[in-house]
Design a protein around this ligand. Sequence first.
Ligand code: C2E
Ligand code: CA
Ligand code: CA
Length: 300
Amino acid sequence: TEYSMQTYLSSSLYPNDGDSFDQLYRKALIAMEYGRKNLIDTLVSYENVFLEDLSEKENIKKEIEIGIVEEEFIVYYQEKINIKTGKVCGLEALARWDSKKLGMIGPNVFIPIIENSKLTIPFSEMIVKRVLQDFKRIKIKYGGDITVSINISPVHIIYKDFKNFLMDQCKLNNVENDKIELEITENVMIQGFEQIEKIVNDLRQQGFKVSLDDFGTGYSSLSYISKIPIDILKIDKSFIDNITGNKRAKVMIESIINIARAYSMSVVAEGVETKEQVEMLTSLGCDIVQGYYYSRPNPL
Ligand code: C2E
Ligand code: CA
Ligand code: CA
């Protein structure tokens, strides 16, 4: 068994948050719990809204459990476009919660709650299964060469059964492994560099592709790039947002593309919203674009 240790930092202040040690300690614990659940990696100072937030989340968690059983979770797909040909070359699967009680809910609300519970693996397996079941229709719509990327949480990618589960699902649905791209974030490296290196190598050996999502926003050490064989770099939207107005942002993207080239990775720019951005990315030699400019995530 692997163990990992995490540190959280929280504070409460006399006299606003209480006038005894016990009161202040309790408030600091609440702030810490809030920070833990929301994956905040800086100091969290107590605020009264945290109390509401915590009970709200407990409620949502119960609803999520019901939603999984009731099959309220669905998958939307967003197209990725080859910038040279203008054709769709891939899709990204994005989870949505069509809750009977709460309406349509985006993953920014439910993923952090799920990932702080024991639901991570059943949820993630459910999404993977859905995507693979959808493949037949995807191939009819987009042709047999299409690849589909799935966001995989750090907890799932290090789960011992992950590779076999994925291979079984591909076999079951007649999908070649190399049509599946696994999007992981830099934060996965927190799980231990050597472990991730082995997992990525094993997955790639089976033909799966591995994509580094939100590149440039997470665990910021470039050294792993030279050691772990990643297939695709996804440049985070925050860089793309600034590309046309800000020379420094442009230089940064240029550099990222150069790094990718040097390691034979392809580059996806995400969150592309304007024509100007597309033109700039074309001139910088970016391979693939994804964003509202081309299409929003949609049900199949
Ligand atoms: P992500 O992987 O970075 O996905 C891209 C997000 O940007 C998606 O948000 C997408 O709808 C949005 N997006 C795409 N193009 C544009 C654009 O041009 N402008 C703007 N403003 N946004 C754009 P979404 O679907 O809300 O997903 C949010 C995050 O939730 C994802 O970020 C991903 O980290 C996570 N997520 C989604 N589905 C899953 C899943 O099945 N499993 C896991 N573990 N995480 C998921
Ligand atoms: Ca992604
Ligand atoms: Ca992303």
